[in-house]
Ligand binder design. Sequence first.
Ligand code: EPZ
Length: 423
Amino acid sequence: MDKFLITGPCKIKGQVSISGSKNAALPILASTLLFDKPVIIKNLPRVRDIDTMLNLLESLGSKIQFSKNKKIVKIYKTKKQKYFGSYSILKTMRAGILILGPLISKYHKSICSFPGGCVLNGNSGRPVNLHLNALKKIGMKYEIKKGYIHAKSNGKLKGTTIKFPKISVGATEQLIMSAVLAKGKTILKNSAIEPEIKDLTNFLKSAGANIKWIGKRTCQIIGVDTLSQTTYSVMGDRIETGTFCVAATLAKGNLIIRNFNPNVIQTELNILKKIGAKIKTSKDKIHIQGPQKIKSIRNITTREYDGFPTDLQPQFMVLLCKANGISSITENIFQGRFIHVMELQRLGAKITIKDSTAIIEGNVNLSGSEVMSSDLRASAALVLAGIVSKGKTIISRIYHLDRGYEKIENKLKKIGVKIKRLS
Ligand code: EPZ
């Protein structure tokens, strides 16, 4: 298993180009199951979760054709459509469950394994009850047998009004995709409004879907008979962008971040400004300079968009270890998302957890050590910590990082980080 060796502390300077968003591309790829005509998707990030989704589509009978650099795919149907989402593929990635709604909507049947994915929610796992309950409301019937969801519908799904009892990114995506070919009008209330969801709806609209946001969290979908051929470019990855912004702020860096619309991450940029970063933005560029002294901050709280994202919580925690006082971060989305704290403590971080709040002591000297990745964003936090730790940090299990960050070591090397992949 590959490891990263980082020799710190490192200076950060230069330019980095942001890849396509993994979390936007995954539902877009799943929704290609709704099409009869070919679809071309551009700006795909070359990360493992995308390969997993493409393998899943192939296992369902889709034909995948790559461009030379593999960032553009053409996806089209074969005559051998299948309806079986196997455990062997779905256990590795939670977003695999997003094939369920499209299969039921288009073909009215599916047998789909319960998904796996990053362990973020302590002992409560990562349930799919919100997906299943909402799909039931638009006409899906299902039984659970031996870890598989056996689902079907009597012909087309039927539009209705659904109010999600809790905001969920995945359940919102699942229902938008399912409603696009349903009979009549579906209204989704209390929907998630993450930019990746807007990217999914923009993609579907480019193929003729009738989708309108009629309130901040209310989405209206009027079913159409078919979707037409389309070409679509996936938005930039806001979590990758946020991770590089933290790197620059942490390491007193001077970084230009390209290919990303800064308006999407205003909440994060405002926090970085408050703690001392100098930030200039233009249409698709962020110029960020880290301060000599990082200011501490209380009460960063993770929330659904347009609040502060849980997927940047571990990275910001590293930043606050270097602030000039005590800071705190409260995690509201996933109960168990503090596994990285133990590993950061190995490097010298002083963090205590009280319920869902982490209290972070600033001004600590981090020093290199051996640490282990536990999930995707926790791994990114360890890389950031390695950048400002004195000496050698060895991070094992970096396959977590490979799931969601495209060529991260190449991008980091180019801006001055001494990082090496040990195979
Ligand atoms: C998406 O996961 C993202 N994944 C996650 O990114 C991200 O952390 C999360 O949204 C929150 O922003 C993708 O987009 C592929 P949720 P998702 O449903 O859809 C509970 C990363 O690092 N819940 O919004 O799984 C759930 O347990 C990943 O890139 C239920 O109770 O998140 C959580 O507490 C990790 N029942 C909360 O809702 C359900 O049926 C929000 O989860 C579904 C969710």
